[in-house]
Write a protein that binds this ligand. Structure first.
Ligand code: PGA
Length: 257
């Protein structure tokens, strides 16, 4: 059974104390479901504390980024090697990393490789900007970011990679992508994975949607055949909203399988 994957990306929010309190509140709010994996992506500073807290609640952790080298003189960076034992997942190439910090496909592919090398699961984010969309470049951008991000991934590693489709114009804006547009983007992404790694890899790759997901619109996306879960930003900061998305994922799982 493929589990639905719900990832909460807290971005640069919550201090260690608030993060710990959140986990306490969320775990009393949600029931553990075998068909849904819940992952929290706090700031680096909260990972150590939360790693001691989450296991007993069947939650896991993601880092929001990492550096592509394993160690060395790289002031201010955190490597995938250092994250081992703390997280299961690392978000790579989030649009804020690409557009606010200028990350390129070259760096992103090196990071994806570092995450895999260290036995962790990369969540590779891809998505077009509003301008690219308006210019009809969505497919081209997705093609570029998927093949760019996966360029160092061997065929026996592709099943470990999660890809998140996050249209940049829908992130943090409250502007939702239409389910049919999400479906078409997911098809483009799977098609690209298929052309690189074959049919089995394409159908087996976990694809998430992210961009203003909340408890009201979650069901519309989860009903789509190609969607295996969410990368949730703003709504994941609210325990009630996030737990409601998780229970919707559980309810819909039965219907989809
Ligand atoms: P949002 O963020 O849910 O606030 O739009 C999604 C993300 O950045 O992953």
């Amino acid at each position: 059974m493929t589990k639905t994957l719900i990832v909460g990306n807290w971005k640069m929010n919550l201090n260690v104390h608030q993060a710990s309190l959140y986990v306490h509140e969320l775990s009393s709010e949600i029931n553990h479901h075998d068909d849904v994996d819940v992952v929290l992506a706090p700031s680096f500073i909260a990972l150590q504390t939360l790693s001691l807290q989450v296991k007993k609640h069947h939650l896991s952790l993601a880092a929001q980024n990492c550096y592509w080298r394993d160690d060395g003189a790289f002031t201010g960076e955190v490597s995938a090697t250092q994250l081992r034992g703390l997280v299961n997942y690392v978000i790579i190439g989030h649009s804020e990393r690409r557009h606010k910090f200028g990350e390129t496909n070259k760096e992103i592919r090196a990071k994806v490789q570092a995450v895999l090398r260290n036995g962790l699961i990369p969540i590779l984010c891809v998505g077009e900007t509003a301008d690219e969309r308006a210019n009809g470049e969505t497919k081209h951008v997705l093609h570029d970011q998927v093949s760019g991000g996966l360029a160092n991934v061997a065929s026996d590693e592709i099943h470990k990679v999660v890809i998140a489709y996050e249209p940049v114009w829908a992130i943090g804006t409250g502007e939702n992508a239409l389910p049919k547009d999400v479906e078409s983007a997911e098809e483009t992404i799977r098609h690209q994975v298929e052309s690189l790694y074959g049919h089995k890899a394409a159908t087996g790759t976990k694809l998430l949607y992210g961009g203003s997901v909340n408890s009201d619109n979650a069901s519309d996306y989860l009903a789509l055949k190609g969607i295996d879960g969410f990368l949730v930003g703003g709504a994941s900061l609210h325990v009630q909203q996030f737990s409601s998305i998780i229970s919707k994922a559980h309810q819909l799982k039965g219907k989809k399988s």
